[in-house]
Design a binder for this molecule. Structure first.
Ligand SMILES: [Zn+2]
Length: 175
């Protein structure tokens, strides 16, 4: 995973340390399915920082990168972001591609996708239903986990986390 880091100047209420250089933006280069297909399929795949079209068992799977944003209750830190992959239907990926360069592309209605990246939570994150909100050109789509999934990720996205929790999440990722 790649990462960008943030810092807090405040002593942590949980562990009483000051958390410095905690990852606040983490991104895997490809959807997890990339590692599950053969070399031949990867050679035929298309992979950019924003999209991945991956041949898999004779079909093409469609992945888009988006941001899952977890608000952090410390203004110095900013937002904790999982920059991850979501799988879309072919029709929805076509709609995304068709409007990609439109100045008003954020008017595209939110799309239904499924999370395609394993994140360090007790319950699996791959397959979680997410809504994909297209944003203005230059901004990565915003992913919102379905709150009826009762997943901790959905809850943290809604309620936010502390810097201590951000450090804990980032610490579970191999950099
Ligand atoms: Zn702490």
């Amino acid at each position: 995973m790649g990462q960008l880091t943030g810092s807090s100047r405040l002593e942590c209420k949980v562990c009483h340390k000051v958390h410095r250089n905690v990852a606040r933006l983490l991104w895997p280069m490809a959807p997890d399915a990339w590692l599950e297909v053969g070399v031949g399929e990867r050679l035929e795949a298309e992979l950019t920082p924003d999209i991945c079209l991956l041949p898999c068992n004779g079909e093409i799977r469609h992945f888009l990168r988006g941001h899952l944003q977890l608000p952090v209750d410390d203004n110095d830190f900013g937002t904790f972001v999982w920059s991850v992959w979501v799988e879309l239907s072919e029709a929805d990926m076509t709609a995304v591609a068709r409007t990609w360069d439109d100045a008003d592309r954020e008017r595209l209605l939110p799309l239904q996708g499924t999370l395609a990246t394993a994140l360090p939570y007790e319950q699996p994150t791959r397959g979680l239903p997410v809504l994909v909100h297209t944003r203005k050109p230059g901004e990565v789509p915003l992913l919102v986990v379905d709150s009826t999934s009762h997943h901790r990720l959905a809850w943290e996205q809604l309620r936010g986390i502390g810097v201590h929790r951000a450090a804990e999440l980032a610490g579970k990722i191999d950099h």
